[in-house]
Write a protein that binds this ligand. Structure first.
Ligand code: NI
Length: 227
């Protein structure tokens, strides 16, 4: 499933993160790449354990925790500490696949990447190019979302960032290990959840059929979830 989560951060939230990271020192983005990725990648990145990255990451994680749509869609078990990158002057990230297991530098923390996430931190009008292009079995999808919006997509997909020909593309990116590993099962749960929310808005959460459907949701989650 590919899903856009609008306004994960408002203008104020984006501004706070940009103020922190724009003032920091950036390094060659190949610091985090797997071997195949390193061949395709040209951008810059905030050092994983810099003070700025830690401070900005906290704001991203707080916003994720406040988003019911993110939680319903990703069913997160573990979130890799968000990283930050920027592309300018023709920089790009050619077609690649993300590593299946990510290990956080200098710690034992590891995440199986079920979902990849990109949080856009620059207005689309402020740069040319820089689309995130994701290939799945339904075709090729191109995304360039407003600042503050998040794109979730299967980490199993081939994807790339098109060259940025004018301006600067700034984003946060990270991976999620979901309680529900299988993308198809997770999508079914998300669709069921969204229908329950819609029916409950109409009939109230105490409605007998809403309660039964909520039970069905939790019993499927019980069957499929790792915790
Ligand atoms: Ni990637």
């Amino acid at each position: 499933m590919m899903l856009a989560i609008p306004d994960l951060l408002g203008k104020g939230g984006v501004g706070r993160i940009r103020a922190i990271i724009d003032a920091a020192d950036w390094v060659d983005g190949n610091a985090t790449s797997g071997h195949q990725s390193a061949l395709a990648k040209s951008n810059r990145q905030l050092p994983e354990n810099s003070a700025a990255a830690r401070e900005a990451r906290r704001l991203v994680l707080d916003a994720l925790g406040r988003s019911p749509l993110f939680i319903a869609a990703a069913l997160p078990l573990k979130i890799f500490p968000p990283l930050f990158n920027r592309y300018e002057s023709g920089e790009a990230f050619g077609t690649h696949i993300d590593n299946a297991v990510r290990i956080h530098q200098g710690s034992e923390f590891r995440v199986r990447s079920d979902l990849s996430a990109t949080l856009f931190l620059e207005d689309p009008d402020a740069y040319e190019g820089g689309e995130l292009v994701v290939e799945d079995n339904l075709g090729v999808h191109s995304a360039k979302l407003p600042a503050g919006h998040l794109l979730l997509y299967p980490a199993s997909s081939l994807h790339r960032v098109e060259p940025v020909m004018r301006g600067t593309r700034v984003a946060s990116f990270f991976w999620i290990q979901s309680m529900v590993r299988d993308d198809g099962a997770r999508t079914l749960l998300f669709d069921l959840d969204q229908s329950i929310q819609a029916i409950a808005a109409d009939r109230g959460h105490g409605d007998r059929e809403v309660v039964r459907l909520t039970g069905l949701y939790h019993n499927l989650l019980r069957r499929w979830a790792d915790t």
